[in-house]
Design a protein around this ligand. Structure first.
Ligand code: CP
Length: 396
C-alpha cells in the first residue's frame, strides 16, 4: 500500500461511509463523498492510518495524511465532517465578516470558491445541507431590507440552522435598550451567529469585539456591505470568467454608499480597474486615495467599461441637497436607453437594488439582455450560505 505501513500490519479497508460536504479542493461543488478508511491492527489494537475520499461528482480521490487520519476515531460519517473542517479552517480563520477592507485577496477568492459549492446545492431537488444543524442565527435588522434579510434567512434554512428575525420596531431598542445589551441578551440565549444591519458605521465591529458569537455585517451606515460586494464579485467572475484586468464603473451616489466602498476594496484587491462616476459632490476626488479613478462625465467611461454598477441616490443618509434635482441628475448621470448604446455589447449592467426605475437606470435597460441584476440576487443566496458556513464554523 502507498501509506508506508509496516510489514506486519494488516490493512483493512472499510468502505461505504458517505458525507455531504464541499469538494472545493477539486472541483468546487458540494458532493456526496464516498469515504474509505484504512486502519491497521497490531495485536488486536486498531489504529486508523489513513482515509481516502472519492467525490461522486468529479470522481477526484483525495487521501488524507496519517496526521489527519490518526485523529479520526471511528469510520463513520462524522469523521468526514471532522477532517473537512480541518481543511476548511486552514484557509479561513475569521469568526466575523465585518468588511472587505480587512480581507486579503486570497480570503476573498476562498469565499468565492466556497460559493461555487453552495450554488451547486441550489440546483438540486433537495436544496439543504446539514452544515449548521443545531446552530442558531439571529437576523438583527435595525434598517429596512428586502434582499439581504431574506437571503440570509433562506441561506440559514438551507444550512439547517434555526433562525430568529428581529427588527428595530419589534425589539426593545424602541424602549431604550442599547445595542450591546440587546446583543448580549441574544448571546445569553445561545445565538451562534448574529447578522446585523445598522444605520451606524462600526456597529458590527462594536459587537464582534464584545461577543463570542459570529457577527456578520449586513450593511452598516455608509461604511461597508461586504456580502453585497462578494455577490457582485461572484457575479462578475461567473459571467466574465475573471475579475483581474476588467474595467468596472460604479456610477451614482458613491459618498453615501456602503456598497461602493466594499466593491472598491474587493475589486481593487482582485486586480480590476475601478472608475467612480457621479457629480463631484457625491464622488469627491478623495476616493482616488483608495486607488480608484474618478470621473464626473458618464459618457467618458461607458464605452470602455466591462461592468457598470449603478447605485441609487441614498436620500435617507443625505442631510442636504447634493445636486439641483432628480431631473438634473437623470440628465447628467442616468443610464438611459440612449446612453446604454455606448456600452460594449458584453458589458454587464449591475445594480445592488432597490432600483429607482427612471432615475439611475431606465426600466428597459434594467430589464434588458445585458442586465444581471436578478443573477446578483440569486448569487447573494449562495454567497451568504458560504459566509455563514465559514464564519459559523469558526465561531463554534
Ligand atoms: N442590496 C441590498 O442591500 O438590498 P436590501 O436593502 O433590500 O437588503
Amino acid at each position: 500500500m502507498a501509506f508506508g505501513w509496516r510489514k506486519n500490519e494488516r490493512a483493512n479497508r472499510i468502505s461505504g461511509e458517505r458525507t455531504l460536504t464541499a469538494c472545493w479542493r477539486w472541483h468546487s461543488a458540494i458532493a456526496n463523498f464516498q469515504w474509505r478508511v484504512y486502519h491497521s491492527e497490531i495485536r488486536s489494537q486498531r489504529k486508523i492510518v489513513s482515509a481516502e475520499r472519492r467525490c461522486n461528482v468529479c470522481e477526484a480521490t483525495a487521501r488524507l495524511s496519517n496526521q489527519h487520519a490518526t485523529s479520526v476515531r471511528s469510520p463513520d460519517p462524522t469523521i468526514a465532517a471532522a477532517v473537512d473542517v480541518r481543511i476548511m479552517t486552514s484557509r479561513w480563520t475569521r469568526k466575523d465578516l465585518l468588511g472587505l477592507r480587512e480581507l486579503t485577496a486570497e480570503e476573498i477568492n476562498f469565499v468565492l470558491d466556497t460559493t461555487d459549492a453552495f450554488k451547486q446545492v441550489g440546483t438540486r431537488e433537495i436544496k439543504k445541507v446539514p452544515a449548521l444543524r443545531g446552530k442558531t442565527l439571529v437576523n438583527f435588522f435595525v434598517e429596512p431590507s428586502t434582499r439581504t434579510r431574506t437571503s440570509f434567512e433562506l441561506a440559514a434554512f438551507r444550512l439547517s440552522a434555526d433562525v430568529i428575525n428581529i427588527s428595530a420596531t419589534t425589539s426593545s431598542l424602541t424602549k431604550g435598550e442599547t445595542l450591546k445589551d440587546t446583543a448580549r441578551n441574544l448571546e445569553a440565549l445561545q445565538a451562534d451567529i448574529i447578522v446585523l444591519r445598522h444605520s451606524s458605521a462600526g456597529a458590527p465591529q462594536f459587537l464582534a469585539s464584545r461577543l463570542k458569537a459570529s457577527v456578520i455585517n449586513a450593511g452598516d451606515g455608509a461604511h461597508e456591505h461586504p456580502t453585497q460586494a462578494l455577490l457582485d464579485l461572484y457575479t462578475i467572475r461567473e459571467r466574465r470568467g475573471k475579475i483581474a484586468g476588467l474595467h468596472v464603473a460604479i456610477i451614482g451616489d458613491i459618498l453615501f454608499s456602503r456598497v461602493a466602498r466594499s466593491n472598491i476594496f474587493g475589486l481593487l484587491k482582485l486586480g480590476a480597474r475601478v472608475t467612480l462616476v457621479g457629480p463631484s459632490t457625491l464622488v469627491p476626488r478623495e476616493f482616488e486615495k483608495l486607488g480608484a479613478e474618478v470621473s464626473h462625465k458618464i459618457e467618458d467611461v461607458l464605452s470602455t467599461a466591462d461592468v457598470v454598477n449603478l447605485l441609487r441616490i441614498q436620500h435617507e443618509r443625505q442631510r442636504r441637497e447634493y445636486f439641483p434635482g432628480l431631473g438634473e441628475y437623470i440628465r447628467l448621470f442616468g443610464l438611459t436607453k440612449e446612453r446604454a448604446k455606448l456600452l460594449k455589447p458584453d458589458c454587464l449592467i449591475m445594480h445592488p437594488g432597490p432600483i429607482n426605475r427612471g432615475v439611475e437606470i431606465d426600466s428597459e435597460v434594467a430589464d434588458g439582455l445585458q442586465s444581471v441584476i436578478l443573477d446578483q440576487v440569486t448569487n447573494g443566496l449562495a454567497v451568504r450560505m458560504a459566509v455563514l458556513y465559514l464564519c459559523g464554523g469558526i465561531a463554534t
